[in-house]
Design a protein around this ligand. Sequence first.
Ligand code: NAP
Length: 265
Amino acid sequence: MDVYGLIGNPVGHSLSPPMHEAGYDALGIDAKYVTFEPPANEGAAAVAAADRLGVAGLNVTIPFKQDVLEAVETDDLAARIGAVNTIDLTGETPQGYNTDAVGAVRALDHHDVALDGTAVVVGAGGAGRAVAFGLADEGMAVEIANRTASKADDLAAEVPGAGGHGLDALGDLLSGADVLVNCTSVGMDEDATPVPAEALHADLAVLDAVYSPIETRLLRDAAAAGATTVDGAWMLLYQGVEAFERWTGESAPVDAMNEVLRAAL
Ligand code: NAP
């Protein structure tokens, strides 16, 4: 039996075990997905220990996504993002990837959103970094708006062709934009949005990385404006699907994983 797992602190709330195990069950893969909660600053040590114990793959969440960099070889995208959320432990050296970026891209793709034109990424934290690089790699022109404008500027300087802005620029930025991704935590367990409703329009596709609640105020406002909406559970699903496929080498049973994820949310 293969063992996969998640390291984070805390991990009690994680939806990854039921989502991944639904995938193993659907494909008849003999595997288990478990959670580990190492102490803060022990992320790299936890990766080395899991490797020695024969764990086949790890997901990584807060607060370890940067800490584990020293324990893995990263691919180019994870190196640019500067964070790892998926590790393959089956080779000589642990290999680190960032599937949040691909998760956002595949979530939009699933909803037939064309990944060309201009994307506005709101937020310049971990999710904002991943999504900005992911959409730029797809060929989109990326504009980053953040409450702390200097952090948007810093990120924009690393992402080819990107611009950095404060949140006050959102009205202007969105008037000509094709895709909007909320990568702030605004809207999580609260009825709030970082984007003025009047800036939304019918030619936008709006992905909210926030998945609790599934229907955020931003997505309600976007639907009312006639925009295409993609909820954060799709991004969560596809970051897991991407990890599943890297680890098992199989096409993930997306519908089975999605059903269990949404039932668990
Ligand atoms: P993070 O690194 O802590 O970044 C938080 C971001 O939110 C920063 O840009 C911050 O702006 C902004 N922010 C916080 N409070 C704000 C407020 N009151 N007004 C305006 N902006 C505010 O967090 P993260 O890891 O990027 O996660 C962000 C969200 O994405 C979380 O809700 C997380 O659950 C979600 N997420 C979802 C997925 C998925 O698969 N669906 C994956 C990753 C993350 P400042 O820089 O100004 O502080």
